[in-house]
Design a protein around this ligand. Structure first.
Ligand code: GUN
Length: 295
């Protein structure tokens, strides 16, 4: 009998989260507060432009005060620092998002550290990362936070499970592994983190009850790398050339979806899986920041 895995729809989870956010936004409105999110985009990276447009559209839909500052690629580091400082001082801005990657002449880390941690809705500031590791309340990086929400929504337990994270980026791999070991609901997992210097990665990935692929390599995880019945979370959003399509490319994950489909118990699609959740959590962090501003 062919296996038919549960398809973990980020769209469904995102819709549920936005419904909850709308109630909280209404309460804020009663107190005269409108969540304010300002995104800063430097240069013309096509993927970044798509992401920022999507963030803008969705935050407007929820009734945010949403501003996108589109700056020329030649903007200097000093100019960008001054802009971030002005946003830090602006009480109508609850969330500041500087889209990464920045042009090569700007130090990403310096800019991230200039953002007021109270407005760090991306969860990239060292204070936010430190709070996450310590299990303190703070802003959690949006993609890992979104993955926890997918697991929660579909009632997939993590306690006592072996979670294998593929990839050690600051944005996904490191925070994800740290979230999964926390002593709380949607934590309590045994975590292995593998990366480019791990010999024979498959030895580890084949042991995963929950496999989280954030390698940034298209269709890297094949059927030979997953255990039968595993839950697979695919973080990758890769553009690969496809001459048969008008736009000339298609989006694919870090997992070879078709190849593993018959083997797994649950899987996130690309698109429509984790990617959708990243924006939902950004909106959620911004509402949280607006609520914090009342305290
Ligand atoms: N570039 C890719 N993903 C992200 C993200 O979540 N936030 C920011 N600021 N830049 C990104």
């Amino acid at each position: 009998m062919p296996n038919s895995p549960l398809i973990l729809s980020g769209k469904a989870v995102s819709a549920a989260i936005k419904e909850d956010l709308m109630l909280r936004i209404k309460k804020l409105a009663e107190q005269g507060i409108k969540p304010g999110l300002t995104a800063v985009l430097v240069g013309e990276d096509p993927a970044s432009q798509v992401y920022v447009r999507s963030k803008e559209r969705q935050s407007v839909q929820l009734g945010f005060k949403s501003i996108v500052m589109r700056l020329d690629a030649s903007t200097t580091q000093e100019e960008l620092l001054r802009i971030v400082e002005a946003l830090n001082q602006d009480a109508s801005v609850h969330g500041i998002l500087v889209q990464l990657p920045l042009p090569a002449h700007i130090d990403d880390q310096l800019i991230i550290e200039a953002i007021d941690p109270e407005k760090d809705v991306d969860g990239f500031h060292p204070i936010s990362v430190g709070k996450l590791v310590l299990g303190l309340d703070g802003f959690v990086s949006c993609t890992p936070a979104g993955i926890l929400e997918i697991l929660r929504y579909y009632n997939i337990q993590t306690e006592g499970k072996h979670v294998v994270v593929v990839g050690r980026s600051n944005i996904v791999g490191k925070p994800m592994a740290n979230l999964m070991i926390q002593k709380r609901s949607m934590g309590n997992a045994t975590v292995t983190l593998v990366h480019t210097r791990t010999p024979d990665m498959g030895v580890h990935t084949r042991q995963a009850d929950i496999l989280i692929a954030a390698a940034g390599v298209p269709e890297f995880i094949g059927a030979d790398m997953v255990k039968a019945g595993a839950v697979v979370i695919d973080v990758g959003i890769n553009r690969v050339d496809d001459a048969s399509l008008e736009k000339g490319y298609r989006l694919t994950g870090d997992v070879n979806y078709e190849a593993v489909l018959d083997k797994v118990s649950a899987i996130t699609p690309v698109p429509g899986g984790v990617g959708v959740m990243t924006i939902a959590m950004l909106l959620s962090n911004t509402v949280k920041s607006a609520e914090n501003s009342l305290k």
